[in-house]
Structure formats: C-alpha cells, structure tokens
Design a binder for this molecule. Structure first.
Ligand code: G4P
Length: 276
C-alpha cells in the first residue's frame, strides 16, 4: 500500500494541482470505499469540484454489506456500485456519465457538434482502488499511478470509447483526519498509517460496532456471543490466544483481529450508515 504523509505543503500542492485539472473535465468520478462511504470522502472535493457534477463510485462493494450498498447508492445524487472484477464497468460508467451530462450533450448538438467526447477524471483517497478502476475501465494494464501529491507530469487522456475520455492519472487527495470517528474507520481498514495508532483502542472500537450491528458474524468467526464489555478478552480466551503464563495475550488478539477485519475474514461489513 502506498502511504503518503499529508503535511500541509503536500495538501496545498495536491489542492492546486486538482483545481487545475478539474478545469479540464466535464465530470468528476469520485471513488469511495463502500465499507466506509462517508469516511472515505475527501473533505474538500466538494469545494474543489464546485459546479461540476460528481459521480460517486462505491468501490470494493464486494467487501461491503450488500443491503447497505443499496441504501448508500440511494443516498447520493449520482452513484454506481462497483468492484474490481466488474466486467461491464466501461459500459455502466459511460452510460451513467452520458445520462448525467445529457443537457451538455444536447447543447453541444444544438451548436452543431455532433459527437462531443466527454472528459472525466478519477479522484479518491489513497488505496481506494483508483488505479485498479482505471485499468479495468480502459481494459489494459495502465501504469500504476504515482500516489504522491504534487507530482506534475504532462497530462494525458485515455479514450475509453467514442463517448468518454479519462485523464490517465487519478487525483489523489487526503482522507478525513479531523473527524475522530472517520479517522478511526480509515485506520481500522488500513487506509491510514498504523505506526502511530493505538491498535488496541482501534480493535475495541471495531468490536463494539460489530457486536451491536453484526453480532452473528462475531459469533461465527470467534465462537463468542457476548455483546457486553471485555469482548476482546473473551475472544482471546475462547481462541486460546494466551501468553506463556496462561494470561490472555491481548497483543496477539489485537493483531489477529485487525488482520481479520482488514482481510474481510469476519464477513461483508459496512461500517457507516446513511444519515449518521
Ligand atoms: P489506489 O490507486 O486508489 O491507491 O488503489 P489501487 O487500485 O492500487 O488498489 C488498492 C488495493 O485495493 C489493491 O490491493 C487492489 O487490488 C484492491 N482493490 C481495488 N479495487 C477493489 C475492489 O473493488 N475489491 C477488492 N476486494 N479489492 C479492490 P492490494 O492488496 O494493495 O494489491 P494487490 O493485492 O491487488 O496486488
């Protein structure tokens, strides 16, 4: 995973760069992680995209709760649910982009431009799946995007079909650090760096949500059906994650549960609800 240190200089550069690039496109395709649809939004994209339409892509939907995917889709004005193995991606996205920009196409036609090619750019926080999405939509192995803000290179457009072209490099923006709950969710799913985190607090936070919303999944994975405090200790006991002197090994439990969450071993989970 590519990590970025988002210090203010980087943010300012990424912002300037994106402002320039956004002037060139008709529509923004914003990738979100379907497991955390709000937390994976960039805090300033709305401001930057101003009057441009934004098509929200709930990506990694294969990892998220199927029922909640549909509820989230309804919550956005323009939204598609996808994953990296979606074979109809190019057509679905093209159709949606043309439908969103219907008026613009009609105006172009009225001015005598019969075949206007619509321009789009893909944006999102690191690791949300932008490179994979672009490769899939272009149907070839494009180069891995440089996940570093402020790296300028000549802009190139990739024609995905007769209707739409994409900026070949996705726009990488920083995630939400300010809201504590969003930052915890990003950390829980590995979208922001581990090193500085209180991993035990993170896992307790995750288990508390799971025990409320998905108790069946906890029971299935760990054989523990308690919904009260000390769930972490109960799981460690049940799984016999113990230290040499027979105490529960919390460090081991924290690492293994965090790994389970990030690799979706517990199940398809959506960590945020519409309207929270
Ligand atoms: P980025 O450009 O936004 O930084 O993201 P990138 O495409 O590099 O994807 C980040 C990780 O997420 C990759 O896994 C990628 O395979 C995975 N991914 C992308 N889209 C989806 C999706 O719809 N569903 C699932 N389940 N995973 C997705 P990785 O482990 O970092 O790399 P690799 O295992 O693919 O080599």
């Amino acid at each position: 995973m590519n990590q970025i240190n988002w210090y203010p200089g980087h943010m300012a550069k990424a912002r300037r760069q994106m402002e320039e690039q956004l002037k060139l496109v008709d529509i923004v395709i914003e990738l979100r992680d379907a497991r955390i649809p709000e937390a994976s939004a960039n805090p300033i994209l709305k401001e930057l995209s101003r009057n441009k339409p934004v098509l929200i892509i709930l990506n990694k939907s294969d990892l998220a709760d199927e029922r909640k995917n549909l509820l989230w889709k309804e919550a956005f004005e323009h939204c598609l649910i996808t994953d990296s193995v979606d074979e109809r991606l190019t057509k679905t996205v093209t159709d949606e982009v043309k439908s969103i920009l219907k008026d613009k196409l009609e105006r172009a036609k009225a001015r005598g431009i019969r075949k206007k090619v619509l321009r789009a750019m893909v944006v999102g926080i690191p690791n949300v799946g932008k490179s994979t999405f672009i490769n899939n939509i272009v149907k070839k192995k494009a180069a891995k995007a440089e996940n570093r803000p402020g790296v300028t290179k000549a802009l190139q457009w990739i024609r995905i079909n007769e209707d739409v072209e994409l900026l070949d490099t996705p726009g990488v923006l920083w995630p939400k650090f300010d809201d504590q709950n969003d930052a915890m969710l990003l950390a829980l799913l590995g979208s922001i760096n581990d090193d500085v985190l209180d991993k035990e607090g993170l896992v307790r936070f995750g288990l508390s949500y799971l025990s409320k919303i998905y108790p069946g999944l906890i029971e299935k994975r760990y054989g523990v059906n308690e919904t009260e405090d000390h769930l972490l200790e109960r799981i460690a006991q049940q799984k016999l994650w113990l230290t040499a002197n027979g105490q529960v090994d919390l460090t081991k439990a924290v690492d293994l549960i965090l790994k389970d969450i990030r690799s979706n071993k517990i199940g398809r989970i959506t960590w945020q609800d519409v309207g929270e």
